[in-house]
Design a protein around this ligand. Structure first.
Ligand SMILES: Nc1nc2c(ncn2[C@@H]2O[C@H](COP(=O)(O)OP(=O)(O)OP(=O)(O)O)[C@@H](O)[C@H]2O)c(=O)[nH]1
Ligand SMILES: [Mg+2]
Length: 395
């Protein structure tokens, strides 16, 4: 990663007429936005510095000449403009924004896209609202009266964006209360409210990441009209949808208790392939006992796949997949074997009735299986980290 200050030699002392707050760092992630950055800087220059002292930090993962165009356009800017160009785009869009927040120097950080879907003229309003309402986070929302998602091309994308908003708000009712547009990529946050080390962005939804992991104290909102992309091509792809779901699962299962609940829910879904296989095998004439054992293996395989993809995706790199699958299957089958003597123990020694003894045995083996799976299959080793997290926002 290299930091290239551009236009710094042209920095003029800034004397904005907005008394509070001190200043804003505008963080803009760019990926091949050479056709937009000149107009973007022009509009920032026209609407921000007169009202609020500012600096602009681009975090660039481009393969085109975007950094050179920024450097050239920055010569006309009376405020500091810098480009952090990353040779290895760790974390994609989300990682870029965190990088920019780390580099920010002002009390307030505004994050916005480079394609002018987010109007730069709103930057001072976002910060002023934060100051006035003593908020840590101010979200520019498409869903408030006065706002609109005009630039969200097509009914399909509108529906996906709405669905994603409901899903996120349903999963995080407290963290997202007061945020009508958690999918927005345009917001202001107090630098002091961000714990950059706690962030593990995955995908486009960096606001979701910040709201859930940093839990800003007070949240305010300002309506905005989501414009159409000014020039260039959208960088969002269908893969972003899957990343978003993984992101939700990661955020929701950050605590061990939540992870255990998710583990249990995934286990419950395993009944479906298990019973379907049992039905098919017995219909095909297989005796029910071997059929039970075989069908159980299908349920185990199903659970293993979901757990790999959804729950422990971050922690699977230290063991070969066959090793993990073997250990997982061993634990899942040990669960069955252990349950019977446990029930006998609860009934014989502790004089429980069969039903509560079975329920207790189920619970005990479930907790043991969860703990065993964490410790024996997915125990993270020191010094390993994921490097392929990518992502984007505003869909
Ligand atoms: N640094 C960096 N920026 C990215 C990356 N992917 C996207 N961006 C930037 O993130 C912003 C949002 O990306 P867009 O492609 O506009 O995504 P979108 O707004 O959801 O899609 P459209 O509505 O079609 O424009 C733009 O400024 C992109 O240049 C990335 O991998 N790294
Ligand atoms: Mg865009």
């Amino acid at each position: 990663m290299t930091i290239q200050p551009t236009g710094a030699e042209h920095v003029a002392p800034i004397t904005g007429d907005v008394p509070e707050p001190g200043a804003v760092t505008v963080v803009i992630p760019t990926f091949n936005e050479s056709a937009n950055v000149r107009e973007l800087l022009r509009r920032v220059a026209a609407s921000v510095p007169d009202r609020l002292p500012c600096e602009v930090v681009f975090v660039d993962d481009s393969t085109d000449d975007t950094p050179a165009v920024i450097a050239d356009a920055a010569r006309d800017c009376a405020f500091p403009v810098s480009v952090i160009h990353r040779d290895t785009p760790v974390g994609g869009l989300g990682g870029a924004v965190v990088e920019g927040i780390r580099a920010a120097t002002a009390d307030w950080v505004v994050v916005m896209d480079a394609d002018l879907q987010h109007p730069p003229a709103l930057v001072p309003d976002l910060v002023a609202t934060g100051e006035k309402e003593d908020a840590d986070l101010v979200v520019a929302s498409r869903y408030l009266p006065g706002g609109s998602r005009a630039g969200l091309a097509g009914g399909y994308r509108v529906a996906v964006s709405r669905g994603a908003t409901w899903l996120a708000k349903g999963l995080f009712p407290r963290a997202l209360s007061g945020i009508s547009d958690p999918m927005s990529g345009f917001f202001a946050i107090r630098r002091a409210a961000v714990t950059a080390d706690a962030l593990k962005p995955l995908g486009y939804k960096i606001l979701l990441e910040l709201a859930v992991r940093c839990r800003p104290d007070r949240v305010a909102e300002v309506p905005f009209v989501f414009e159409e992309r000014y020039a260039g091509e959208s960088k969002s792809t269908a893969r972003e949808g899957m990343r978003f779901l993984r992101h939700l699962v990661e955020l929701r299962t950050a605590s061990p208790l939540a992870r255990m609940i998710a583990f249990g829910l995934i286990g419950l879904t395993g009944f479906v392939p298990n019973l379907a296989a049992l039905y098919a095998l017995t219909r095909a004439g297989v005796h029910y006992l071997p059929a039970e054992i075989l069908a159980n293996q299908l349920g185990v395989a199903w659970n293993f796949l979901l757990i790999e993809v959804l729950l422990f995706r971050d922690r699977r790199h230290h063991r070969h997949w066959a090793d993990r699958a073997g250990r997982f299957a061993l634990l899942a089958n040990a669960d069955l074997v252990l349950r019977i003597p446990l029930i006998a123990l609860f009934v014989g020694q502790f004089h429980l009735a069969v039903l509560p003894a079975t329920a207790l045995a189920l619970l005990t083996t479930f907790v043991l299986r969860f703990a065993g799976t964490e410790a024996l299959v997915y125990l993270p080793r020191r010094g390993r980290s994921e490097t392929s997290r990518t992502g984007r926002n505003d869909r």
